[in-house]
Design a protein around this ligand. Structure first.
Ligand code: PMV
Length: 329
């Protein structure tokens, strides 16, 4: 196969990944649990040809910058090495949502690239293998290979073969809603890799974060499988605030939130005081993702829409894993 197109959806971690045990193989220091998001996806085509002298990358129909092209090229080297090929590739990738605004575009991007590139290179990889490759591009991408509710293992091995994600429950296991409040369209200042290194190297809280991760994972796994919404929500908010407390406690502390992010967090807690079960979670950026049940979706949307500075909302539900859209010899 020389050409393939794949699609993968973004995901949001309910138990957060923050910190690497090995940065060259991108091995996480802690496991994580996520839900794959139906409404946000990346579609990527990869075409290998011996006629091209270099890899070329197009993002949303425009040539990608040098840094992105190099990151994609390094990823393609892993696939080339496994497939024993030397051809360069044309990679065209498009998101159906704004890139780099803290909506985990690297998760869907590297999951889609992993499937499209390996298929185009003639490899027929298992989901576990795809997850391992996707992790090399971005830690959270390993989770986006799977749909529904997903657990990423930190793994024990030095070669990273066991640092892969696995599905906990399919997308149709539980109809929850995630209302995403966009509070800024600007690219973030400190990316997740730099942020994680900073926390690891300078926060006194980092050892405690790593030591207590397993408890959080096991509590969330149980709550999810029992469909205990209150517990899932509480644990999500706890893991989010714990991760941000860690980021805040580095030197210098990392402030991923803006004022509107804070206003949304307070509004979510206000909703809870009124009996509406809603819980927030936030990644390394200013957008707030609010978890609720279908019967409360409208109320949550109305409350968030009213907050000055909330630019728009995207509401979604659990989505499917990475899949091929087409392939050609
Ligand atoms: O996949 P990365 O390297 O962009 O890191 C993701 C970090 C968080 O989004 C903050 C947490 C997570 O588990 O997705």
């Amino acid at each position: 196969m020389a050409q393939a197109t794949a699609r993968a959806h973004s995901n949001i971690a309910l138990i957060k990944y923050w910190g690497k045990r090995d940065s060259s193989l991108n091995l996480p220091a802690v496991g994580s649990i996520s839900v794959t998001l139906d409404a946000l996806h990346t579609t990527t085509s990869v075409h290998f040809s011996s006629e091209w002298p270099t890899d070329r990358v197009e993002l949303n129909q425009a040539p990608a910058d040098e840094k992105t092209t190099q990151r994609v090229s390094r990823f393609l080297d892993i696939i080339r090495q496994n497939a024993h090929i030397d051809e360069r590739a044309l990679v065209s990738s498009a998101n159906n949502f704004p890139t780099a605004a803290g909506l985990a575009s690297s998760a869907s991007a590297f999951a889609a690239l992993s499937l499209a590139a390996s298929t185009a290179a003639g490899l027929s990889a298992s989901p576990a293998q795809l997850s391992e490759w996707a992790r090399r591009g971005s830690g959270s991408a390993a989770r986006s290979i799977f749909g529904g509710f997903v657990e990423m293992h930190k793994g024990q091995r030095a070669d990273g073969r066991d640092a892969i994600a696995e599905p906990l429950a399919a997308a149709d296991f539980w109809d929850v809603r995630i209302v995403i409040a966009i509070t800024s369209e600007q690219a973030k200042q400190t990316g997740s890799t730099g942020g994680m290194e900073q926390s690891k190297n300078s926060s006194v809280y980092y050892p405690a974060w790593v030591d207590t991760a397993e408890e959080d994972l096991s509590a969330m796994r149980n709550a999810l499988l029992q469909k205990d919404f209150t517990r899932v929500g509480e644990l999500s908010e706890y893991s989010c605030l714990k991760m941000h407390a860690l980021a805040l406690s580095g030197q210098p502390g990392l402030l991923y939130w803006n004022g509107v992010t804070m206003d949304v967090m307070h509004a979510v807690r206000n909703l809870r005081r009124q009996g509406i079960e809603a819980y927030f979670t936030i990644d390394a950026g200013p957008q707030v993702k609010v978890l609720c049940l279908p019967e409360h979706q409208n109320t949550v949307e109305e409350a968030l829409q009213q907050i000055p500075g909330v630019l728009r909302l995207i509401t979604t539900r659990p989505g499917t894993g990475a899949h091929l859209l087409g392939e050609k010899a």
